[in-house]
Design a protein around this ligand. Structure first.
Ligand code: FAD
Length: 360
């Protein structure tokens, strides 16, 4: 159907490419249809958020993933009274372990943000005009002029339900050439599941990085299978109140949910020598598989921009490198940038030392 003209038509295809993407999850909570409960997915919604927030003093963000946190930062910076509600006990729990989130949570609270963690929204309360006024959880009531829901995404794949293989959440399963279980249908982006290298299984990780890679591969492979998808580590970066944060692969907290037994090390170091005019602390974590010492994830955070090191760790995960490989990998030294041992070498050496002690 042409949504502008209302005209409907039928079209045949030799090959069909599904890139229908994702849509925010809207949980069936009492009062969810009240005015001023907004979603944050596309350009129009962003404009609506900007417009409505001008007249809002108290803003409640539901969902502490990267979108929710970026909104919290933006509204806190513009002087709003911000509350963040999340059902889990830590912010950004998919990407970071507690060593990192506790620092960020402390920082958010210092800036006046109310963290309502470990509590799920039960009800949205509205006034007689149907405009939201409060968010109710089992722990408390949080006043709100504006609520933004950021509790995750679901694939837009109802059109093909029952016709091709999907994960239980509706994400289309594709092979390494982006082919679905129907040989004439290809798919890419947020409508699909991806091959998650840390576990070797399928996962739903809606990121632009996956979307652009998969889209390019549909083009390469639509005539004949030519270039294989290399999978993903779900590598991501975030800037929050002066902290540069990068993360890749499994966290220590998430690994057991994926059935991977891991150990980890956390190291704090300065990114370059103290004799330089300035330096800055870097906090890093390496997560590796017990038994094989294969690196399955890493996290890094600093006031200095070290986020490209998350990409280096991503490469380690994709190439199944071990802590021993990373401990002695060749990284350059120049005091403007780092030490004779780059901080990632030092991180992996701490893991090797931990294993040496445990083996005794
Ligand atoms: C606020 C926000 C911030 C983000 N930041 C990052 C980031 O920093 N880094 C990152 O990697 N990712 C980020 N993402 C995720 C990224 O935007 C998505 O992974 C990416 O847009 C997916 O692209 P896509 O083309 O697969 O799907 P979409 O962008 O969802 O596009 C799908 C398109 O298909 C259309 N469509 C759906 N159904 C139909 C139909 N039946 N008929 C016709 N058209 C249809 C939709 O209207 C839409 O235009 C962010 C997402 C959000 C919401």
């Amino acid at each position: 159907e042409n949504l502008k003209t209302g005209e409907t038509f039928e079209e045949t295809y030799d090959k069909l490419v599904m890139t229908t993407g994702s849509w925010p999850i809207i949980p069936p909570i009492d009062g969810i249809n009240s005015e001023n409960i907004l979603l944050c997915k596309n350009y129009n919604q962003a404009n609506e958020i900007i417009k409505e927030s001008k007249n809002a003093e108290k803003i409640v963000i539901v969902g502490g993933g990267y979108i929710g946190i970026e909104l919290v930062e933006a509204f806190a910076e513009s002087g709003k009274q911000v509350t963040l509600v999340d059902g889990l006990d830590r912010i950004l729990n998919k990407y970071l372990d507690a060593e990192f989130t506790s620092v960020l949570e402390h920082d958010l609270q210092e800036r006046g943000v109310t963290l309502a963690l470990n509590q799920t929204v039960e009800k949205f309360v509205s006034n007689e005009s149907g405009v939201v006024t409060a968010v109710k959880t089992p722990v408390g009531d949080y006043e709100a002029d504006l609520v933004i829901l950021c509790v995750g995404f679901k694939p837009n794949t109802d059109l093909l339900k029952g016709k091709i293989e999907m994960l239980p959440n509706g994400a289309i399963v594709v092979d390494e050439y982006m082919r679905t279980s129907d040989e004439a249908i290809f798919a890419a982006g947020d409508s699909c599941a991806v091959h998650y290298n840390p576990t070797g299984g399928s996962a739903y990780i809606p990121l632009a990085t996956n979307a652009v890679r998969m889209g390019a591969l549909v083009g390469k492979n639509i005539v004949s299978p030519t270039v294989q998808y290399r999978g993903t580590q779900a590598t991501s970066g975030l800037y929050l109140f002066g902290f540069n944060i990068g993360s890749t692969g499994l966290t220590e907290n998430s690994a057991p949910h994926f059935g991977v037994e891991v150990r980890s090390v956390v190291v704090e170091d300065n990114y370059r020598p103290e004799f330089m005019p300035t330096t800055e602390k870097v906090t890093m974590k390496l997560v590796y598989e017990v038994g094989t010492n294969r690196i399955v994830g890493g996290q890094i955070m600093s006031k200095y921009d070290v986020t490209q090191s998350a990409n280096t760790l991503s490469l380690c995960v994709q190439n199944k490198m071990t802590i021993e490989d990373l401990a002695y990998v060749d990284f350059f030294f120049q005091p403007h940038f780092d030490r004779p041992w780059n901080y990632l070498n030092i991180l992996a050496q701490a893991a090797v030392e931990q294993e040496r002690k445990l083996a005794k």
